[in-house]
Design a binder for this molecule. Structure first.
Ligand code: NAD
Length: 415
């Protein structure tokens, strides 16, 4: 899918949902567009003494349910169109896991791979200097996203605190533990996704101890998914991959040893005791659970009919095209859609905000427990809705989320 189309796609998905639930035209009109957006020019002094001006954005899509929440991306091909779409999806994701938050997203067009640490810090601080009146713990709370990380969040929090003259840890999440980060954030996305896999397995009578799993992508989401599938469920991880290719072993791979190998060599592909498998073939393996955890648009109209997994757990954003969705649904493949499956990250981000407000920090075990209490009911509300409307899980997830945001707008008298 072309990047330029992202917002149009998000609007089409919303339109289809609105039709299904007979959403009134006024409410739909409000939900189809971002409520607010800010475009900024950021002058930054580069290491060679020159001044470079970067373009930045912050989009607050909808904050009917509470302050907006969404990451900041630093990417050379960032577009306002993508940011709008991602802000819309954050709105639905937060509503779906029942967080008292709206949805937003931000970005800066830049290439972090070509910038020094000093330039990155000055850019991060410049972004906050430009948007600080627009964000805030009670307005809009950013977080890390593509090419931004805990260090960048720490600089941004520091800049916001300096401007406001007081410690403002709650202005941003995904911070290092030493400055108000939350325990349990590192594996939150995968752990949350596995709560939904566990519930799906119960629903479809799959014994997770005997289940086989394939994971595409072996970064933050994919590695923790493989590791936790083995340690929490006792499932057998028979294939994993990264950008260079995949590995397969019917008897099972050791996720920790594969990770150590990737850390040492830069890829999983030369891991011993496994055969090579392509990133295309990994999607078509006969497994109980397939976890796309890399890129968008990998399950398409061309290969969806060949997917043999019983459950597809979308930790990646947008791995399945709309055409593929229909094919998978017809073939009885149970898809746990991205904005449900990967919502564990934003759920723990929300916990981080709460801990910052209380200035009291929870143990990993408390975070895991609360995460489960968000993910499990969210999964069941989507499943029940899918049954009620006789539709697939992605459409059902839209229905649950859109109804909640619409209800909040109505209660506030916006529509
Ligand atoms: P990451 O950068 O840590 O890892 C990405 C992995 O994908 C790497 O192993 C990389 O080698 C692999 N990859 C890249 N191109 C590939 C290709 N063509 N085929 C197969 N593998 C390829 O990223 P991440 O944080 O794990 O994110 C992965 C996906 O999960 C993204 O879609 C992201 O938006 C989504 N996600 C992540 C989080 C989170 O908390 N990390 C939260 C929500 C959604």
């Amino acid at each position: 899918m072309a990047k330029q189309d992202s917002f149009e796609i998000s609007q089409k998905q919303l339109d289809a949902c609105a039709k299904l639930i007979n959403l009134d035209a006024g409410t739909l009109a409000v939900l189809r567009e971002p409520l607010r957006e800010l475009h900024v020019s950021l002058p930054v002094r580069m290491d060679d003494g020159s001044i470079k001006v970067f373009q930045g954005f912050r989009v607050q899509y909808n904050d009917a349910k509470g302050p907006a929440k969404g990451g900041i991306r630093f990417h050379p091909e960032e577009t306002i169109d993508t940011i709008r779409a991602l802000a819309a999806w954050m709105t639905w994701k937060c509503a779906l896991v029942d967080l008292p938050l709206g949805g937003s997203k931000g970005g800066v067009i830049c290439n972090p791979k070509e910038m020094s640490q000093g330039e990155m810090e000055r850019l991060s601080r410049a972004y906050v200097q430009s948007v600080w009146q627009f964000i805030g713990p009670e307005r809009d709370i950013p977080a890390p996203d593509v090419y931004t990380n805990p260090q960048i969040m720490a600089w941004m929090m520091d800049e916001y605190s300096k401007i406001s003259g007081k410690s403002q840890f709650g202005v941003i999440t995904g911070k290092p533990l030493s400055v108000g980060g939350s325990a349990g954030r590192d594996d939150a996305t995968a752990r949350g996704g596995l709560c939904t896999v566990r519930e799906a397995a119960k629903e479809f009578g799959i014994d997770l101890k005997k289940a086989t799993v394939a994971v595409q992508g072996y970064g933050n989401a994919g590695y923790f998914a493989a590791s936790l599938c083995k340690s929490l469920f006792g499932s057998r991880i028979i294939a994993v991959s990264d950008s260079k290719g995949g590995i397969f072993n019917k008897g099972g791979l050791d996720p920790e040893a594969v990770r150590a190998h990737k850390d040492k060599t830069g890829s999983v592909i030369t891991y011993p005791n496994a055969t090579a498998i392509s990133n295309e073939d990994i999607l078509e393996l006969e497994v109980d659970i397939l976890i796309p955890a890399a890129l968008e648009g990998v399950i398409t109209g061309a290969n969806a009919a060949k997917v043999k997994a019983k459950i597809v757990a979308e930790l990646a954003n947008g791995p399945t095209t709309p055409e593929a969705d229909d094919i998978l649904y017809r073939n009885g493949v149970h898809v746990i859609p991205d904005f449900l499956c990967n919502a564990g990250g934003v759920a723990v981000s929300y916990f981080e905000m709460v801990q910052n407000f209380y200035m009291y920090y929870w143990s990993k075990e408390q975070v895991y427990d609360l995460l489960d209490k968000k993910m499990t009911p969210a999964y069941h509300s989507v499943l029940d809705t899918a049954k009620k409307y006789n539709t697939h899980m992605r459409m059902a997830a839209y229905v649950v989320a859109v109804e909640r945001v619409a209800e909040a707008m109505k209660a506030r008298g916006w529509v």
